[in-house]
Design a protein around this ligand. Structure first.
Ligand code: NAD
Ligand code: ZN
Ligand code: ZN
Length: 350
């Protein structure tokens, strides 16, 4: 089968012929419907190396940590999974029995040091291939929903959903505001999720005018970057500041923007992994403001994200690529030329 392989640190991935996998005990073989190209993949193959990356990420492996597919075959011991049915994949794979995994939060597995990989497509072979194997526990049924369009939900949907759910106490009640910085794959879905599950006014910003235009179609009030950006955003909050800021870029500038626009008792969640740093100070940070990072989300939350999708409340904005063209999807993502999410459909466009 054809697969997009991450072969070595600081090396652009390659399209290769790989062996079709066999499902082990408790696993299923998926015929991949869609595999989203996430900006974190660019960090993996472009920025990281053996000294900075977690030991579970060692190449080579097949990329693609945001996947959906049809069950082709079930491995020994798997019951209750329908062959031929469409499922979304929960990417993270922890030990399965520690307190974090027990609540469906494999991202924070307490036994990660003993795990051979972090997730499908992050150390273990992922979905940028015609077939992949996944533990049956990691499947979320899509029923009659389009699995190719659904693929981004498993990361670009789940990651903002988790960050937003944790911030809900700040967004409950009338007159609340949220700010989304960075309107790519994750940010566009963040705007939709905020609109779907909170009553907050959603403010959004990106360097790309077309990304802001798309966000405004989803209900956001947009503010371009520029010297007066902080003042313009604060004005939209009647001077009070933003109740919950979500930074999907994560450079020093955007974390500073987030902290300068946050309200007293506000919350800033940094999701972007660009490696920015922020110097906290008693007199510069708003009183009782929280600053935290989040990583992906939980299996239970992925069921909730799929429910929103099936109810028509969120719709990933996708550009579909054939597997033979998957490398150009990564090139365009690196160059900032993807609007929404690039999804590779290794078995055709359905
Ligand atoms: P993307 O490339 O699709 O989108 C990034 C967007 O940010 C683009 O629209 C770009 O124009 C915009 N942008 C870049 N610099 C900006 C700036 N200075 N100000 C405003 N906008 C700016 O990326 P994505 O796949 O949506 O991922 C976003 C970030 O989240 C990446 O850093 C990615 O690695 C990270 N990520 C984190 C997690 C997590 O669990 N924490 C999960 C997935 C992705
Ligand atoms: Zn990702
Ligand atoms: Zn665990």
């Amino acid at each position: 089968m054809r697969a997009i392989m991450f072969t070595d640190w600081k090396t652009f991935p390659t399209l290769e012929e790989a062996e079709k996998p066999t499902p082990g005990p408790g696993e299923v073989l998926l015929k991949v419907a869609g595999a989203g190209a996430c900006h974190s993949d660019v960090a993996v193959f472009h920025d990281m190396d053996g000294s900075t990356a977690p030991p579970q990420l060692v190449p080579p492996f097949i990329l693609g940590h945001e996947n959906s597919g049809w069950v082709e075959e079930v491995g020994p011991g798997v019951t209750g999974i329908k062959t031929g049915a469409a499922y979304l994949v929960y990417g993270p794979i922890g030990c399965g029995h520690c307190p974090a995994c027990s609540r469906g939060q494999d991202t924070y597995c307490q036994n990660v040091a003993e795990m051979p990989y972090l997730a499908s497509g992050l150390g273990r072979n992922g979905g940028m291939a015609e077939y992949m194997t996944v533990p049956a526990r990691n499947l979320v049924p899509l029923e009659d929903a389009d699995p190719i369009a659904a693929a981004p939900l498993s990361d670009a949907g789940l990651t903002p959903y988790h960050a937003i759910k944790l911030a809900l106490p700040k967004l409950q009640g009338g007159g609340k505001t949220a700010l989304v910085i960075g309107l790519g794959g994750l940010g566009q879905l963040a705007v939709q999720i905020l609109t779907a599950i909170t009553g907050a006014t959603v403010i959004a910003t990106d360097m790309k005018p077309e990304a802001m235009k798309r966000a405004s179609e989803f209900g956001a009030v947009t503010v371009p970057s520029g010297d007066d950006q902080v003042a313009a955003i604060r004005e939209l909050t009647a001077g009070r500041g933003v109740d919950a800021v979500f930074d999907f870029v994560g450079i020093t500038n955007t974390i500073e923007l987030a902290m300068k626009t946050a309200a007293v008792r506000g919350r800033v969640t940094v999701v972007g992994i660009a490696g920015g740093a922020y110097e906290w100070g008693f007199y510069t940070a708003p009183y009782e403001a929280e600053l935290l990072s989040t990583y992906w989300g939980t299996l239970e939350e992925l069921h909730e994200v799929v429910a929103l999708y099936r109810a028509g409340k969120i719709t990933p904005d996708i550009e579909i690529f054939d597997i033979d063209d998957a490398l150009s999807a990564y090139k365009k993502l690196e160059a900032g030329e993807i609007a929404g999410r690039a999804v590779v459909a290794p078995n055709g466009r359905g």
